[in-house]
Every structure is written in C-alpha cells, then in structure tokens.
Design a binder for this molecule. Structure first.
Ligand code: AMP
Length: 177
C-alpha cells in the first residue's frame, strides 16, 4: 500500500456534503486532473494491480473512462465503454439495475468484449455496487470472465464490496471511507 499516494489523494479529493441530494457525501475527484504527477501515480497504482491479469478493461460512464483508458493503454489491451442507455448505436447488450428510486440501464456494444477474456471493471467510486454489478453481468453475458474490479474510492458503509463478492474477482480500491 502506498501511504504517500493515499495521503495525497485524501488531501486532493474534495468532500461535498449534501450534493446532489441531502445526506450524500459527494467525492469530487476533479482536482486530481489539475495535478499531472498525482494523476500518473494513480494510474501507476491501478496498472500495477492489473498487470498480467487481464485481457481487457471495461470503464463505466463517465468517470470510469478518466482512468480506465489510461490503464488499458499502459497495459496495451482493449478498452470497452459501458454507457448509459440510449447513447450507443446497435448492436448492443443491455442490463437493467435498480436504484434507490426507479431503475437505470447500461449498455455495451456487442462483440467488443470477447468470450473467454479476463476483464477488469473500473470506475472512480464504489458506493452500493449496483452499477458495477450490472457492468459485471454485461461482461458475463458476453461469455467473458470478470477477473478484477478497481476503484479510486470505496465507500465501505454502503457494502458495495459485499455485493460484488459473488463474482469471485479481485477487488482493489486506493482509498476507503
Ligand atoms: P453505486 O452504483 O451505488 O455503486 O454508485 C456508483 C456510481 O455512482 C459511480 O459511478 C460513482 O461515480 C457515483 N457515485 C455514487 N456515490 C457517489 C459519491 N458519494 N460521490 C461521488 N460519486 C458517487
């Protein structure tokens, strides 16, 4: 564990209380992009977790793209976008998931993930795990294996890690709150 990186991230990521709704502690990661040295250290950390263990990276719209593409490029493997409903042209596979109120749907172009591939699912933050769980189901629908999950931040109290246990994949988050 890189304690200096953890301290630097804790000092950089801003906690915004009651955004976008009362009771939510929103973690604003945008200041990381003002500091290219810190950004590279985050990428190095995420890349070393995944090196040699995966064949493709899936990033979840939209903050999952900010680090996911850099991980894939560093490892010289494909990056596949998971998008919110209605953004991708067909053919695509879709997965519905429940939110606190109502439901959401994510989509992925058919054939971009290949059967048998070992896949990393990456997002900036793990909260309840609903979004990541749906992404993992999309990967499995394509006949690929979910081998790893990575995040910058995991909000432990929301029990997302427990929700992802069933995929039997390695999980890494740089920060836990
Ligand atoms: P969940 O499906 O509950 O795990 O929510 C994860 C998604 O919602 C991620 O794509 C996060 O970017 C976003 N998210 C959830 N909670 C927060 C939070 N407290 N701060 C920032 N982003 C959040």
């Amino acid at each position: 564990m890189n304690h200096q990186l953890i301290r630097d991230l804790e000092n950089t990521i801003q906690n915004i209380p009651d955004f976008p709704k009362p009771g939510i502690q929103f973690k604003d990661i945008t200041p990381i992009f003002l500091n290219p040295t810190l950004y590279k250290e985050v990428i190095d950390n995420l890349v070393s977790f995944s090196r040699g263990k995966i064949d493709a990276v899936c990033g979840i719209e939209s903050r999952g793209y900010l680090f996911g593409i850099a991980i894939a490029v560093a490892l010289d493997i494909p990056f596949v976008l998971i998008r919110k409903k209605g953004k991708l042209p067909p053919p695509f596979v879709a997965q519905k998931y429940d939110l606190e109120y109502g439901s959401e749907e994510i989509e992925m172009r058919t054939g971009q993930i290949k059967a048998g591939q070992r896949v990393l699912i990456h997002d900036d933050l793990l909260a309840t795990g609903g979004t990541t769980e749906a992404a993992a189901m999309l990967v499995q629908k394509q006949g690929a294996t979910v081998s790893q999950f990575s995040f910058l931040i995991s909000l432990k109290d929301l029990k997302g890690e427990e929700r992802l246990d069933k995929f039997d994949a390695e999980l890494h988050s740089i920060l836990s709150y």
